[in-house]
Design a protein around this ligand. Structure first.
Ligand code: SAM
Length: 266
C-alpha cells in the first residue's frame, strides 16, 4: 500500500489494551483519561481478522503494544494466533518488561520474534519516580529472562528529556551495550501540542519515512499517532478502515486531542 505521499505503508502497531501496570509521568495526556470500556475492546478473533486483512493488503510488520500488552489476559494465545498469519515477516512487542520473566519463554514459543523493553534510567529511585512507584528489579529480571528466551534482537526504548548525552541515557546505553541489546532514544513527545521528534536509533517520528498504521484496542485504525482521524473496523470493516486511513495519512503529525500514548499505543 502506498499513501498519497508515496510512502509504502507496511507496518501495523496494535494496541491490545489501554490498561497498564505503570503510570509513567509522560505517557497519558492531561490528568486521568477515561479508560476504554471492556465491552468496546476488540476480541482476539477481531484482532486476528483485522491483522489478516491488513496483511493481505500489504502489511508485513506487526508490533503489539498498549497500554501494557502483557496485562491483556491470555496474551500468549493472541500471539500464537497472529503468528499463524502467513506474510508477517517481523513480529514484535513493546513492553515495560515488568512481567516479562513470566511471559518471555511462552511468547517465544508462540512465535513472537522481537521485543523492545522500555527503560529510561538505571537509578532505582528515578525509575520509581518516572513510573510513579514502579520497581526496576522486575524489569531487570525480565530482561535477563528475555535474553535467555531467545528474542533477537532485544532493544531498549529509553525516553529522554533532550539528549542521549543525559546521565540516565548514557547509563542505559552502556547497560544495553554490555547486555548485547540495541537502544532507541525517544525524546519526550507531546501529542496535544503536536511535539515529536525522530527516534534516535529507530524509525519512529520521521514523517517522511513513516510506514505505519495503528490499531487501537477499541478497533480504530489511526493513520498517525498525532492524528484525531480514525476509522472504526467495526463500523467500516477492516479493509475499508485500512484503506481510508492510508488515504488520509497526513504528511506530518498534528496536535491531537485523543487519549494519548496508552490509548492508541506508543
Ligand atoms: N507499556 C509498554 C511500554 O512501556 O513499553 C508499551 C506502551 S508504551 C506507550 C510504548 C512506548 O511509548 C514506551 O517506550 C514509552 O516509553 C513511550 N512513550 C510513552 N509516552 C511517551 C511520550 N510522551 N514521549 C515519548 N515516548 C513515550
Amino acid at each position: 500500500m502506498f499513501d498519497r505521499f508515496n510512502r509504502k505503508i507496511h507496518y501495523l502497531r496494535i494496541s491490545v489494551t489501554d490498561r497498564c501496570d505503570q503510570r509513567c509521568i509522560y505517557c497519558r495526556q492531561k490528568g486521568e483519561n477515561p479508560l476504554i470500556s471492556q465491552k468496546d475492546v476488540l476480541s482476539f478473533e477481531e484482532i486476528f481478522e483485522v491483522t489478516q486483512k491488513a496483511v493481505e493488503m500489504g502489511i508485513d510488520k506487526v508490533r503489539l503494544t498498549g497500554g501494557e500488552p502483557l496485562v491483556r489476559r491470555d496474551i500468549v494465545t493472541l500471539v500464537s494466533m497472529l503468528a499463524q498469519i502467513e506474510g508477517i515477516k517481523d513480529f514484535a512487542i513493546t513492553t515495560n518488561g515488568t512481567t516479562l520473566d513470566r511471559f518471555a519463554d511462552a511468547l517465544v514459543k508462540a512465535g513472537l520474534q522481537r521485543v523492545n523493553i522500555s527503560l529510561d534510567t538505571l537509578d532505582t529511585a528515578r525509575y520509581s519516580e518516572i513510573t510513579r512507584g514502579g520497581d526496576i528489579e522486575y524489569v531487570l529480571r525480565g530482561i535477563e529472562v528475555a535474553k535467555k528466551a531467545g528474542f533477537s534482537p532485544i532493544k531498549i526504548n529509553c525516553v529522554i528529556q533532550d539528549s542521549s548525552k543525559e546521565k540516565d541515557a548514557r547509563e542505559v546505553a552502556s547497560f544495553a551495550k554490555k547486555n548485547g541489546m540495541g537502544v532507541r532514544f525517544i525524546r519526550k513527545m507531546n501529542i496535544e501540542r503536536g511535539m515529536f521528534w525522530p527516534v534516535d536509533g529507530g524509525t519512529g517520528g520521521d514523517c517522511e519515512r513513516c510506514n505505519r498504521l495503528r490499531l487501537s484496542s477499541d478497533g480504530k485504525i489511526f493513520p498517525c499517532l498525532f492524528s484525531d482521524l480514525a476509522f472504526s473496523v467495526r463500523e467500516l470493516g477492516a479493509e475499508e478502515a485500512v484503506r481510508q486511513a492510508v488515504k488520509v495519512k497526513p504528511k506530518s503529525g498534528l496536535p491531537s486531542k485523543h487519549n494519548g500514548f496508552n490509548a492508541i499505543g506508543g
